[in-house]
Design a protein around this ligand. Structure first.
Ligand code: T3D
Length: 263
């Protein structure tokens, strides 16, 4: 797979997508947005991919929308944030959220604006000690977008989410961990190996069940208890028919590790 603004590498059932505009802290241009969405669509279609790692090249994870590209479009006239968000950022975030495979954000540096939304849209966030997070939008007179208003309060609660959005203050990786925004902070030098270890575990996990867990949790976030349980039952019906479920049961009784194939 060849892209201009991202790197796409698959090996051992692990896909690593690297945002690759390091001199601009991987700020998102229209091309990067469309390539990233295409990469997640490929991940969805490729049965050999059982987990995705999203990271950034250089010292940043992602600095959000490329402001140079945005102002160029504005200068040309006729640019609408509403139309642009609906056409580019929103489909990308939904593609990530609907992917039936786990996504690990390896947050190697600053995640700002929609770059922070991108990290929040992943299922697991592991940050390097030097990484940071900021809802940069308000600093340029915009409001949080790309799902931040939905995801951040669900992760850390309304009080702190609103404070971060209203002030645009930078949150260190250690603070993000305390807030419950991320799963783990590691030494910068240990980021790659920590994320690889976790990815290897997911690559050997029952991928179908993992996809269904994502689906069930996402549904439950906006449903009643009754509806959530009904949905759990329906999705359990699907999981219960998977080859990996049979393998899990067999491995339990044979007292051996399960060899899940993601089927
Ligand atoms: O439809 C739509 O497009 C709406 C969508 C909006 C979504 C959004 O994401 S809005 C928010 C956009 N992002 C920002 O406002 C963040 C802007 N960047 C910063 O505040 C800072 O760069 C950081 C706090 C992220 C990092 O600061 P620092 O000091 O570590 O790095 P720096 O020196 O500011 O940046 C390094 C380079 O990256 C620099 O380029 P240069 O001068 O060396 O050629 C800088 O201009 C560039 N860069 C950083 N962020 C962006 C960027 N270039 C374009 N767009 C950026 N967002």
């Amino acid at each position: 797979m060849s892209f201009e603004t991202i790197l796409y590498a698959v090996g051992n059932n692990i896909l690593t997508i690297t945002l690759n505009r390091p001199d601009k802290l991987n700020a998102m241009t229209p091309l990067l947005l469309s390539e990233l969405k295409e990469a997640f669509q490929q991940a969805d279609a490729d049965p050999t991919v059982r987990v995705v790692i999203l990271t950034g090249a250089g010292r940043g994870f992602c600095a959000g929308a490329d402001l140079a590209a945005a102002s160029e479009l504005m200068m040309k006239g006729g640019f609408s944030y509403e139309e642009n968000l609906n056409a580019t950022y929103n489909p990308l975030i939904l593609t990530m959220q609907r992917l039936q495979k786990p996504i690990i954000a390896a947050v190697n540096g600053v995640a700002a604006g929609a770059g922070m939304s991108l990290a929040l849209a992943c299922d697991i966030r592991i940050a390097a000690e030097s990484a940071s997070f900021l809802q940069a939008f308000v600093k340029i007179g915009l409001i949080p977008d790309s799902g931040s208003t939905w995801m951040l309060p669900r992760l850390i609660g309304m009080t702190k989410a609103l404070e971060l959005m209203l002030t645009g203050q930078k949150v260190t990786a250690a603070e993000a961990l305390t807030l419950g925004m991320i799963n783990q902070v590691v030494l910068d030098a240990a980021l790659v190996s920590t994320v690889q270890n976790m990815a290897q575990q997911f690559a050997a996990a029952p991928t179908k069940a993992i996809g269904l867990i994502k689906q069930a949790m996402s549904f439950a976030m906006t449903s009643t208890l009754e509806a959530a349980m009904k949905n759990e039952a329906a999705l359990q019906g699907i999981a219960g028919k998977s080859a990996d479920h049979l393998e899990g049961i067999a491995a339990f009784f044979e007292k051996r590790p399960a060899a899940f194939r993601g089927e």
